[in-house]
Design a protein around this ligand. Structure first.
Ligand SMILES: [Zn+2]
Length: 299
């Protein structure tokens, strides 16, 4: 808090105003939101509400996914990121039951969801801020009685080959079925997967292919897939991300082609590297939706 004083004094001198408002304004504009949201250890209470956008938002009334259920386990409990909107909790529980019933998988290993009050994180993600994103491991669970320690140390598996252009020997038909089940829930907006997974699905899925439009190729996402829900009904401050038209297969083929045959390097780039880290990670509190700073326990 010490470093805020010179700014507060400047305000006092310039405006002749005093009191806590000055300090609050200064704090909002100069403080990294991730420091505040990353420090929250409990939810804000009340009904769940997603506020803002996936990469600039927060979560009121977060619920915690049970660490272990009949068809799921939360992984890496030390991160305290097994929080989400009540719709996300229901989605994960329902999907894990469907997976256990319809595939060889015993259920799901659930990775990062959101922090207790959502918001930007100190490490790892630009999105996952509004409580409606979840990472699900590509590793098929064969047991759902992992200890807390095992859940810290066990690693997922990668399904990627050729730097992401195709899938490797870890990929199975059951992975495709898990993704079909995951994408068929009408609450789902997008599911991010490594490009090779989308290519495999485009080339192999027969029958109903309508769910393919929700599967989007992305960098990374070969140890886990990332499910993003639509804004829950009634959450008026939540901002959706419209889905492009079509099944997205051509985009995936083009991405794979660029991975396999990257364009030749252009003329040398002497621009200085960008000064700021990826968007969403270092946003100031004052640049978040208004409701977000108000959710913090310190305000
Ligand atoms: Zn994710």
């Amino acid at each position: 808090m010490k470093r805020l004083f010179p700014f507060a004094l400047m305000f006092l001198a310039a405006c002749g105003a005093g009191g806590p408002t000055v300090q609050l304004d200064t704090t909002l504009s100069s403080s990294e939101a991730r420091q505040y949201f990353g420090a929250e250890t409990s939810a804000s209470g009340g009904a769940s509400e997603s506020i803002g956008f996936y990469s600039n938002g927060c979560l009121a009334g977060g619920e915690q996914l049970a660490e272990t259920g009949p068809t799921w386990q939360s992984m890496r409990l030390s991160r305290n990121r097994n929080w989400g909107h009540s719709e996300l909790i229901d989605y994960i529980q329902t999907l894990s039951q469907d997976v256990a019933r319809n595939t060889s998988w015993a259920g799901l290993y659930v990775g990062d969801m959101a922090q207790p009050r959502g918001g930007p994180m100190l490490t790892g993600h630009a999105s996952h801020q509004s409580g409606i994103d979840v990472d699900i491991w590509m590793l098929a669970p064969d047991r759902l009685d992992l200890t807390v320690e095992e859940r810290e140390n066990l690693s997922s598996i990668s399904v990627r080959a050729q730097r992401g252009a195709s899938v490797n020997g870890n990929w199975t038909a059951d992975h495709a079925e898990v993704l079909r089940l995951a994408a068929s829930d009408p609450r789902v907006a997008r599911i991010f997967v490594t490009t090779g997974v989308k290519v495999w699905l485009c080339e192999n899925v027969t029958g109903d292919r309508s769910w393919l439009s929700h599967i989007r190729p992305a960098n990374g996402h070969h140890y886990h897939f990332h499910v993003r829900l639509n804004c829950p009904r009634g959450d008026g401050s939540c901002q959706n991300q419209p889905l492009p038209q079509g099944d997205g297969c051509q985009e995936a083929y083009d991405r794979a082609a660029r991975i396999l045959n990257p364009p030749p390097p252009g003329p040398p780039n002497n621009d200085p590297p960008p000064a700021s880290p990826p968007s969403g990670m270092r946003v100031a509190l004052g640049n978040m939706p208004n409701q977000c700073p108000a959710l913090l326990s310190g305000f």
